[in-house]
Design a protein around this ligand. Structure first.
Ligand code: SF4
Length: 72
């Protein structure tokens, strides 16, 4: 009986992440804003103030709306 081949697991690194998405607004040293949709009102419970803001995302996060960067 032939020996079983060892099972090989390939772990691919995801590249479809917020950092690479055309909708991300990233400036060095700042948080990444997702500009896929218009900004929303946010309410700060501590101050009672409202503001308009885009969602902040992590560089390696992703969502189903991901689109790759456009070549210019
Ligand atoms: S949340 Fe989605 S649409 Fe927004 S930057 Fe990340 S992948 Fe792109």
């Amino acid at each position: 009986m032939p020996a079983r081949k060892p099972k090989i697991t390939v772990v691919a690194e995801r590249t479809e992440i917020c950092k690479n998405c055309r909708f991300s607004d990233y400036k060095r040293g700042e948080e990444i804003k997702c500009r896929r949709n218009p900004p929303s009102f946010v309410y700060d419970v501590a101050t009672g103030c409202t503001a308009v803001a885009w969602p902040l995302v992590d560089a390696d996060s992703w969502c189903g709306e991901y689109k790759c960067q456009l070549n210019s």
